[in-house]
Design a protein around this ligand. Structure first.
Ligand code: SAM
Length: 341
């Protein structure tokens, strides 16, 4: 599976497989119109989070105005067969879905149930434990590969459907449609993929979107990379990526995550296909993969901690850009149970 841009692709498209540490609105000019298969993005929710910039602390008016500006700037980058996924919370998804519905066709509202444990929470309303994800397409002939993301039936279900009428049933063999409620735990400290970003998304979710809505070898764009989950998912799935992130500390995390992924892939590729006796080296491969995972985890955590230890980062050029681009005031009430992961 080729995950890096070929030499020819890179010289034609120097923006491919890069995360630029800069304001997305400024950086979008690097990407030619009509060159992206999938926009997969997780913007600040405006719930008051501290990303080392003021992007999540705008007034409602400023936030919605800024959102409409980046939507208008990014949509021309999409191919006619392209799609867009956007992570939001219930607080502003109604307004933002309306903006997008004026420009695209809405296919799904996906509920990401973050499996937040019951721990008290609000006493005057119901605790919010989900993200609202919008799935939009540009045209009717959009790319969508359901087979790539079907969920296999477990052995018990298959056994229960063993009567002759079910034998050879394609749906039983290929698995089921993941449906529109995705119950995947948010990332806790004990999860090996967790790094030092307050709203890091699980790879399981992002990889499902990439596989379903971007053809192999296609291009995924994320304007707000955070810890780089979209870039990593794209690379793991054999797609190209491009994106932006304002905070230089998070850019360092992205670089480390991609480097670790490449090192693990290189190591796995270097392992012998068969052992000395000519038998498939499966056990050894699995063992080596486990070892790589352990190294990866330790390295990511260390990098993240080192990044955290140097906070606050020296005022980088990119950070200056956000200060001028995003106003600083915060007038948004933020009940704690609303804060997404
Ligand atoms: C919700 S987080 C993304 C988390 C990401 N999906 C992950 O899995 O790690 C939003 C990110 O957008 C970044 N950001 C905010 N405004 C930006 C801008 N104008 N350009 C680029 N990045 C920005 C923030 O620093 C923050 O890391």
């Amino acid at each position: 599976m080729e995950m890096r841009a070929t030499m020819a692709e890179q010289s034609d498209s120097p923006w491919l497989d890069q995360v630029f540490c800069e304001d997305a609105l400024a950086g979008l000019a690097r990407i030619p119109d009509g060159s992206v298969d999938l926009i997969l993005t997780d913007p600040p929710y405006n719930l008051g989070k501290d990303y080392g910039n003021a992007s999540d602390q705008q007034t409602v008016e400023e936030y919605l105005c800024w959102t409409e500006r980046w939507i208008d700037a990014v949509l021309p980058k999409l191919k006619p067969t392209g799609s867009l996924y956007i992570f939001l919370t219930w607080r502003y998804s109604p307004e933002i879905f309306v903006m997008l519905k004026k420009r695209m066709t809405m296919m799904n509202e996906i509920i990401w149930d973050r499996r937040v444990p019951s721990m008290g929470g609000s006493v005057r309303s119901f605790s919010s434990v989900h993200d609202t994800v919008g799935f939009f397409v540009a045209r009717k002939d959009y790319y969508f590969d359901l087979d790539a993301v079907r969920i296999p039936y477990d052995a018990e279900t298959k056994k229960a459907r063993s009567r002759s009428i079910f034998i050879g049933a394609k749906w039983l063999e290929v698995g089921y449609n993941p449906k529109d409620v995705w119950s995947v735990s948010r990332l806790h400290r004990e999860h090996s993929e967790r790094v030092d970003h307050p709203t890091q998304k699980p790879l399981e979710i992002i990889e499902r979107m990439v596989k379903a809505s971007c053809p192999p070898g296609g291009v995924v764009l994320d304007l707000f990379m955070g810890s780089g989950t979209t870039a990593l998912a794209a690379r793991r799935c054999g797609r190209h990526f491009v994106g932006f992130e304002l905070n230089p500390d998070y850019c360092a995390i992205i670089e480390a995550r991609l480097a670790e992924e490449d090192a693990a892939a290189a190591l796995a590729a270097a392992l012998p296909v068969a052992d000395a006796n000519g038998k498939p080296a499966r056990a050894r491969t699995a063992k080596a993969a486990k070892a790589v995972k352990t190294v990866k985890t330790a390295k990511t955590t260390k990098t993240a901690k080192a990044v955290k230890a140097t906070k606050p980062a020296p005022a980088a050029k990119a950070a200056k850009t956000v200060k001028t681009a995003v106003p600083k005031r915060s007038r948004v009430p933020k009940p704690p149970e609303e804060i997404s992961i």
